[in-house]
Ligand binder design. Structure first.
Ligand code: CA
Length: 428
């Protein structure tokens, strides 16, 4: 994947979060409503245009220019007219792109909703049904079946919810638009190349509003560079061929740096007393280090005291669930840079691999909701700390700011806010 493509993937803003968050709030999350990645991308590389920018100039004229560029890039006239002939600007896509996200949930709530019994059962079924494919894929790419299956479920419920919009129209609209043309123009060109290569026809390209395609929602550039034909029909079909989907997802993960057959996440128990400031994804230690400090397996058994490096991940602080995040965990935020999505997808994979449900701990899962987190962020900003955007989401920057203040106040520095921290921030 090119750097631009990765940025584009990460740049698909929280626009979907609004829709998705509302749906979750109303309790209507169903099989067709999935954690498709635009919903969850957290960090947005600074777009060249602002959210309020207005596109000027005629779409038609812009399109004529783009068609000329595509032809110069070697795309045949036939492909260009099948893909772009008669395409009109889609104002609805721009509205979606500009929509601000508004919801935030704790890891326990978020993962609980996404990892439904239905999804666990459906995942187990897919693992059985495609056992031989998964085995071949594991040998070839070194990616475990449950890791692929968790993404496959979250992104589209195994093809049930891949998006219903014509991708070429969405991409053309976003490529013309003033906000992030540098990200979407290459995506539109990649979509044309996929057609030119014969993998998909223009009319097959139905997907998400932000142009992602297929059962694990690849941006066209990822599709072009990392999709593989694994059922042997000569085409890379990520919309209809489960074998192509499984192998392509593994190939993409390997490209992102997946270490063959290494673990990614493991639930653990932490002792009551320890240096909580060490629970930080930026801090890695050999497993023997954690074993020496009393970290145990969730079952209560001892950790293997070897040199495998891991971070201690406490998504809700010292009183919540606890995990060792191994080096492969760092692939998750590359797939989707939302902390919630990344942790949920990784934990989901452990469940599909047979891990028991996590211990939720004693943190109030509704405690730091959207509103309260926003208040916290404002208080942190007033102390001169960088929280990124005051968006009600407890992302990496907000966590780091919380940790700094916890250290300053002599509170357990587990990077998760508490009412005590709020009181101190208010100066009481
Ligand atoms: Ca194929």
């Amino acid at each position: 994947m090119s750097r631009t493509a990765r940025m584009a993937k990460a740049a698909l803003t929280g626009a979907f979060i609004g829709v998705f968050g509302l749906a979750i709030g109303l309790g209507v999350i169903g099989s067709q409503l999935t954690a498709s990645s635009p919903a969850f991308a957290k960090t947005t590389p600074k777009p060249s245009g602002s959210r309020n920018c207005k596109s000027t100039g005629s779409f038609k004229r812009w399109m004529a220019g783009f068609r000329a560029q595509a032809a110069a890039a070697g795309i045949s006239r036939r492909t260009i007219s099948s893909a772009l002939g008669g395409i009109t600007f889609a104002p609805g896509i721009i509205r979606r792109d500009r929509r601000q996200s508004f919801f935030a949930q704790s890891f326990v709530k978020f993962s609980g909703r996404l990892i439904s019994k239905h999804r666990l059962r459906a995942g187990a079924r897919q693992l059985r049904k495609y056992k031989r494919t998964f085995e071949r894929v594991r040998r070839k790419y070194g990616v475990q079946p449950e890791v692929i299956t968790a993404f496959w479920a979250l992104e589209s419920d195994f093809g049930a919810g891949m998006g219903k919009l014509p991708v070429l129209r969405s991409l053309a609209t976003l490529a013309y638009d003033c906000r992030r043309p540098e990200l979407f123009r290459p995506e539109l060109l990649s979509a044309l190349k996929i057609i030119e290569r014969g993998d998909l026809r223009a009319r097959d390209m139905i997907g998400s509003w932000a142009g992602e395609l297929g059962q694990t929602q690849f941006l066209p550039t990822h599709y072009l560079n990392h999709a593989v034909d694994f059922d042997g029909d000569g085409k890379r079909n990520l919309l209809r061929s489960p074998k192509d989907v499984i192998a392509s997802t593994a190939n993409f993960l390997r490209h992102l740096g997946w270490k063959a057959n290494q673990p990614w996440l493991q639930e653990v128990r932490v002792p009551r007393q320890m240096n909580w400031a060490e629970a930080d994804l930026a801090i890695k230690h050999p497993r023997s280090y954690w074993a020496k400090r009393g970290v145990r397996l969730a079952s209560g058994k001892r950790l293997r005291a070897d040199r495998l490096r891991a971070s201690l991940l406490l998504p809700m602080g010292r009183n919540g669930p606890a995990f060792l995040a191994y080096e492969n965990f760092s692939i998750y935020p590359q797939w989707n840079n939302s902390f919630m999505y990344a942790t949920t997808a990784a934990y989901f994979a452990t469940r599909l691999g047979g891990a028991r449900p996590m211990r939720k701990g004693s943190v109030d899962p509704g405690g730091f909701d959207y509103k309260k987190t926003k208040k916290l962020q404002r208080l942190l900003e007033r102390k001169g700390l960088d929280v990124g955007t005051v968006d009600g989401k407890l992302g990496a920057k907000s966590r780091a700011a919380v940790k700094k203040m916890q250290i300053r106040y002599g509170l357990p520095a587990d990077s998760y806010p508490s009412n005590e921290l709020m009181r101190r921030l208010r100066g009481r």
